[in-house]
Design a protein around this ligand. Structure first.
Ligand code: ADP
Ligand code: MG
Length: 249
């Protein structure tokens, strides 16, 4: 049994079957990549895991509990954290302020300052945010406006914000999209470090094969809403079915 078990998931948008009978098992503490041509249904699948979309049929179990019918914030509290395709940070706020936001949310379950007896816990929040900045190698950038960070550092900050919630499953949707090679390589190194040092499972949707083959323990290839192959990276390379799916890309 994987930490994440998707069984028989279907999702239609009107006449379009975006997901057709998707099965997926993600092993605890692994890095699992989901790849496939544009429009294959990768983001739709991810949205079904975090409560942004509800599958028409099928089940999604995280650590033995169903996520279906739960609100995104409840799924987040279950231990699933998600990095968006475009960085979701507050550009006008400093790097440190950004990092403090999820620490508040983790404590209160909401973006809410608790006025009573909050002095010590505010200190804790600051300490936690500082620790995360150090872990992310961003301590020297703590006073910078988040908007002025490089693309790679924005992503780094966002990943740190997710990690400060101490998720057991980190989901990433094309985290290196639109990045220059140097930023992409930094992101690969960061994700490797996170996977090695933390008790965490990573599921990553990725278009860039260099990223996929640098990180993944296992790969699921999605084509037209249905898993085509699931295997170890060395067996995915050169698989004729996979090549066919990517033809015309
Ligand atoms: P991928 O992330 O693999 O590129 P998506 O999951 O975004 O693919 O999309 C799968 C298919 O579903 C595409 O044909 C897309 O146009 C369609 N689709 C995605 N979201 C919606 C939506 N909210 N309404 C209608 N069609 C959608
Ligand atoms: Mg997508």
């Amino acid at each position: 049994m994987g930490i994440l078990e998707v069984k028989g998931v279907n999702k239609r948008f009107g006449g379009l079957q975006a997901l057709g009978d998707v099965n997926l098992s993600v092993k605890e503490n692994s890095v699992h990549a989901i790849i496939g041509p544009n429009g294959a249904g990768k983001s739709t699948l991810l949205n079904c895991l975090v409560g942004k979309l509800i599958p028409d049929t099928g089940s999604v179990m995280f650590d033995g509990q169903s996520v279906l019918g739960r609100a995104p914030y409840e799924i987040n509290q279950m231990g699933i954290s998600r990095v968006f395709q475009t960085p979701e940070i507050f550009g006008e706020l400093s790097v440190m302020e950004n990092m403090m936001i999820p620490c508040f949310a983790k404590r209160d379950g909401a973006f809410e300052m608790n006025a009573i007896g909050s002095v010590l816990s505010q200190k804790d929040i600051i300490a936690k945010a500082e620790e995360m900045l150090k872990d992310m190698n961003m301590a020297d950038k703590r006073h910078m406006n988040a908007a002025s960070l490089s693309r790679g550092d924005k992503r780094r900050l966002e990943i740190g914000m997710c990690l400060s919630q101490e998720p057991r499953l980190l989901l990433l949707d094309e985290p290196t999209a639109g990045m220059a090679r140097a930023d992409t390589n930094n992101t690969i190194d960061l994700l490797k470090q996170i996977s090695d040092e933390r008790d965490i499972t990573i599921a990553i949707i990725e278009h860039d094969m260099h990223v996929v083959f640098s990180l993944a323990d296992r790969i699921t290839v999605l084509a037209q809403g249905t898993p085509l192959v699931e295997d170890e990276p060395q067996n995915i390379r050169g698989n004729p079915k996979v090549r066919e799916a990517y033809l015309g890309e």
